[in-house]
Design a protein around this ligand. Structure first.
Ligand SMILES: Nc1ncnc2c1ncn2[C@@H]1O[C@H](COP(=O)(O)OP(=O)(O)OP(=O)(O)O)[C@@H](O)[C@H]1O
Length: 224
């Protein structure tokens, strides 16, 4: 469980998040949608302690420092070591070296052995994302936070992502953001909308049978 209480964040007196309070549950995939610049990444940065904020954030009743090893985050701009190869970067992203398993990495089929032996500076954006995805799968984290990972991934990788998120959910609380509604529609359990600094749960959003873009239009484009 992840609990956020009265979270507020501003940049130079411009409020981005205003008194956000909510609880996210384990074994669920949560998806936050919102306009460009609405504060999705800022919210994630606060969760990860990468920004100062007002309010409290706890993970299963514990503070971030006590659960950090159980959290894995993937950002659009993935910080990797350019002069190290893929395997070396994966090792550095693992919370425990014993999770490193070359056979399983090969089984995943996301990146070839040849590619993983190359330095990261030769990797495309999609290949960098695949590398982070491999590390996420090996880590099997209790909390998985993914910011915009689906953009730029090919169809086969999206299929693997879908399949693996379904498996990871059995052990994790997953929080994703993005604009790729068609993809997220097929896997998410919970929908949240970020609009004008307020993060709102859309309960039972599937009930009405509306597609995500219809809900987006209803709650965001209309400025509700
Ligand atoms: N370090 C910073 N200093 C000042 N303003 C910032 C900083 N980081 C983000 N912002 C601003 O805060 C707002 C929210 O940015 P954020 O990256 O959280 O949006 P987002 O919802 O993730 O957008 P997108 O969908 O485009 O990725 C934007 O207006 C952005 O310009």
């Amino acid at each position: 469980m992840l609990e956020v209480n009265n979270l507020s964040k501003s940049y130079s007196n411009t409020p981005i998040l205003k008194n956000v309070s909510l609880t996210l549950n384990s074994n669920r995939i949560h998806f936050i949608m919102g306009r460009n610049g609405s504060g999705k990444t800022t919210f994630i940065k606060c969760l990860l302690g990468l920004e100062h904020y007002e309010g409290t954030i706890t993970y299963g009743g514990k503070v971030l420092e006590d659960v950090r090893k159980g959290i894995f985050a993937i950002f659009d701009d993935i910080p990797l070591y350019n002069d190290l190869n893929g395997f070396q970067n994966i090792r550095l992203m693992l919370s425990d070296k014993k999770f490193f398993d070359k056979n399983y990495i090969a089984e995943l089929g996301l990146l070839s052995d040849k590619k993983l032996k190359e330095n990261i500076k030769n990797y495309s954006l999609g290949e960098r994302k695949k590398l982070a995805l491999i590390a996420a799968i090996l880590n099997n984290p209790k909390y998985l936070i993914i910011d915009e990972i689906s953009n730029g991934l090919d169809i086969e990788t999206l299929e693997t992502l879908r399949e693996k998120l379904n498996v990871l959910r059995q052990n994790s609380l997953i929080l994703a953001t993005g604009h790729h509604f068609e993809f997220y529609e097929s896997i998410i359990d919970e929908l949240l909308v970020l609009n004008a600094g307020t993060l709102t749960y859309i309960s039972d959003y599937r009930k009405g049978g509306d597609k995500l873009y219809e809900i987006y239009k209803q709650y965001i484009a209309s400025g509700k």
